[in-house]
Design a protein around this ligand. Sequence first.
Ligand code: BGC
Length: 263
Amino acid sequence: MARGAAARPGAVTVGVGVDMGATWLRAAAVDLRAGRLRGPRLEIRTPSPSTPETVTWEIGRLVAEVAAATSSTLAAPLGIGVPTPVVGGRTMTAANIDHAWIGYHAVERISASLGRPVTVVNDADAAGVAEMRFGAGAGHRGVAMIVTLGTGIGTALFVEGRLVPNLELGHLELGGEDAEHRAAASAKSRRQLGWTAWAADLDAYLRHLDRLIWPDLFILGGGISRQAEKFIPLLTVRAPVVPARLRNDAGIIGAALVAAERT
Ligand code: BGC
């Protein structure tokens, strides 16, 4: 769907997106043509323990609230972004969530619990789809890499606008540890770093990615991208770096877009 494209008669124009993070669980109705939220963004802390059952229960509650706040979402495509690669409908790893997600038949089980079809997609892939379609990457050709900075680091690679799914480059080794432990947004607060010290680690990470992938553009997402002016000017990586535009909505919007396209 191109930006601002007219809807085909009968085309689905509203979806529901859920963004499951290690820390926050967010949901909203999404205007699929405009690439923006179509109602309030509902947000709660991800339950602890974050087992598939507790999270699914909360998703059910949020989605019902979204439906109550916005008409016409009951039969809308429902997409759920999750912080793990998703292969054949199964969630594969659990870096920052309960280990019961490893090998979990997420699509099958969540659909059965909620009594409606769902699409489950990696959270960074979802955010990337939204940014490439409607945000900082709109109209970009060539190789673009989205890096989401939150509790962990999510990565999504787009080649000529097409996603290479489930890229887990937040787990590259950096300074002898998992890169996300040093350069995610959560690492800044956990290690009590100021902007300069944290930006130096982020820069080292991006330079490492750059030497392996040579993208034309880096798009940095996650809530911290709201303060991009505090750290993007400190980066020295070769490829241009821009902040994501859809910020915390990107994961929700992208999950709904992917669900609409797969339905
Ligand atoms: C997970 C990725 C996820 C990223 C951001 C990482 O720990 O392995 O799948 O995209 O966190 O949530």
